[in-house]
Design a protein around this ligand. Structure first.
Ligand SMILES: CC(=O)SCCNC(=O)CCNC(=O)[C@H](O)C(C)(C)COP(=O)(O)OP(=O)(O)OC[C@H]1O[C@@H](n2cnc3c(N)ncnc32)[C@H](O)[C@@H]1OP(=O)(O)O
Ligand SMILES: CC(C)C(=O)C(=O)O
Ligand SMILES: [Mg+2]
Length: 516
């Protein structure tokens, strides 16, 4: 029988500590539902004594979110335990997590007390917490830098006082996997009552070892991993939930343990955390990064088309990503182009691969990723240049202030004819997009809008990237300008030009079909 490893999610506590703006009660509640859908065992949702808003957020989650054990954090002081116990009262299953630092460095400089004094405070806090719930977790903060025998002393007394989970955090992400595993083994041998508690690990990623350390600890006998979605958390972050969950799923054969995480929910939860916390996920992040299931080089794309597992150890669907992605770039080869065109309904005789590939490389070198509609345009027009764009921007004139709705007038040259339209909106960008929609007579739906600054300080340029949908097809446009409204308008006009080109392609296709 394989052992279960508990997943203790601390996105809403440790994860939230690192955000530029704290989460609101509503944000926390929404994320708590997403985390609960993952089927985590425990969800640490706040530090109730820290602010009235955090107290209310913990209270609401405890009252409203079913499923996981709901946990709050408290220092080893009476008022923290009391706030935590009160906030958690509505939970079906509540856990109080209390902690105190045990490393010589923290004891001497931060707490200014001895190990024995800190241990007495821990014991008192655990006893007080037990008056609210039987489920009490105790953490030796900075365990990674605490001598093993000191840990044994504190842990033995904490368990005797009633802690049923003992957490040994590598608070500053300092230890290596072998050291961490050795620490767990040492405690298992030298703490007489260790069998009365579940051993937990909580790793930070300062040296990029949080996941490796957590897995090493599990191999040494730990049975709870504390982690966060997307690995967010103090400084370089915490151990990433999606990574440890997938390691245990994909390497059950080797590790002989499992978790109960519903992996198909991972991608959705990750997206929600990134959006609500305003913490974008790096594209190359394992499991949930934009590129995690994307193949960009010809040799890999050829392999994946022949057998997916040549370059994929898990399926995108297993973590809730709809499907893998074959990016067409200047590193792609003919196989992937042929594959994409056949998906679009073209046969080998419809184009000359050698000349198509030469134009494709030229375009890819210029713009990076080449999309379906670019490929089709190469087939029909051979070359793609911006010179002959159907829609060309003449001017943007927008006005906005904090007291009234924004307005914008856009001047376009449409197939050589000068036209202008005005519209209002919640902001100047929305007003400009509404004016463009009037001018073109087409309502394009913006799915994603990203604004980035390139360059430095006041002289930086705004770059806007838009992903938009029109009649069920997705289009991409980018615009660069010193003024961010103009950059947005340029990106949007790019989208309309691509749509126009795609429409031309489809009418040429129809004519060919009729003729043939
Ligand atoms: C490793 C971790 O992630 S621990 C969790 C970190 N998270 C947070 O700190 C977020 C929430 N924190 C807060 O809202 C505030 O820091 C509060 C409400 C907890 C305390 O605020 P303040 O009373 O103003 O104290 P402040 O934060 O400046 O200093 C911390 C105090 O707690 C003490 N302390 C720190 N950890 C503990 C502990 N586990 N048990 C008891 N006392 C502790 C410190 O020694 C210091 O005490 P001092 O004032 O006697 O020197
Ligand atoms: C409160 C504890 C568990 C913590 O976050 C840490 O030590 O990193
Ligand atoms: Mg931490």
């Amino acid at each position: 029988m394989q052992d279960k490893v508990w997943i203790f999610d601390t996105t809403l506590r440790d994860g939230e500590q690192a955000l530029k703006a704290s989460l609101t009660e509503d944000d926390k509640l929404q994320l708590a539902h997403a985390i609960s859908r993952l089927n985590v065992d425990v969800m640490e949702v706040g530090f109730p004594v820290s602010s009235p808003a955090d107290f209310r957020a913990v209270q609401r989650i405890a009252n409203e979110v079913q499923g996981p054990i709901i946990c709050g954090l408290a220092r080893a002081v009476s008022k923290d335990i009391e706030a935590c116990g009160e906030a958690l009262k509505g939970a079906q299953r509540a856990r109080i997590h209390t902690f105190i630092a045990t490393s010589p460095l923290h004891l001497e400089h931060k707490l200014r007390m001895t190990l024995a004094e800190a241990t007495d405070m821990a014991v008192q806090a655990i006893s007080q917490a037990r008056q609210y719930t039987n489920d009490v977790e105790f953490s030796c903060e900075d365990a990674g830098r605490t001598p093993h025998d000191d840990l044994c002393y504190v842990v033995e007394r904490a368990i005797a006082a009633g802690a049923s989970t003992i957490n040994l955090p590598d608070t500053v992400g300092y230890v290596t996997p072998d050291e961490y595993a050795a620490m767990i083994r040492y405690l298992k041998v030298h703490v007489s009552n260790i069998d009365q508690a579940r051993l937990s690990v909580h790793c930070h990623n300062d040296l990029g070892l949080a996941v490796a350390n957590s897995i090493a600890a599990v191999q040494a006998g730990a049975r709870q991993i504390e982690c966060t979605i997307n690995g967010i958390g103090e400084r370089a972050g915490n151990c990433s939930l999606e990574e440890v969950a997938m390691i245990m799923k994909m390497r059950q054969d080797h590790l002989q343990v499992h978790s109960d995480i519903r992996s198909e929910e991972i991608y959705r939860a990750s997206r929600q955390v990134a959006k609500i916390c305003n913490m974008p996920v790096q594209p190359n992040k394992a499991i949930v990064g934009e590129n995690a299931f994307a193949h960009s080089s010809g040799i890999h794309q050829d392999g994946v088309l022949k057998a997916q597992n040549t370059y994929e150890i898990m399926s995108p669907e297993s973590v809730g990503v709809p499907n893998n992605q074959l990016n067409m770039t200047s590193r792609s080869g003919r196989h992937v182009i042929e594959h994409r065109l056949s998906e679009l309904g073209y046969q080998g005789g419809d184009y000359d691969m050698d000349s198509l590939y030469a134009s494709f490389l030229e375009l890819a070198d210029q713009k990076g990723t080449v999309y379906d509609y670019d490929l089709e345009a190469i087939i029909y027009f051979n070359q793609i240049t911006d010179k002959d764009d159907y829609y060309q921007l003449q001017f943007v004139n927008s006005a906005s202030n904090s007291q009234s709705v924004a307005s914008s007038t856009i001047g376009l040259s449409i197939a050589g004819e000068q036209r202008q339209e005005a519209a209002t909106g919640n902001g100047p960008v929305e007003a400009s997009f509404a004016a463009i929609a009037r001018l073109t007579g087409m309502a394009v739906e913006v799915i994603e809008y990203n604004l980035d600054a390139t360059g430095q300080g006041a002289s930086s340029l705004g770059q806007v990237d838009i992903i938009a949908q029109y009649q069920g097809r997705t289009y991409h446009g980018a615009g660069l300008a010193a003024d961010i409204v103009e950059a947005s308008v340029r990106a949007m006009i790019r989208v309309y030009n691509i749509i126009h080109r795609a429409q031309q392609v489809s009418s040429l296709k129809q004519q060919q079909r009729k003729a043939g």
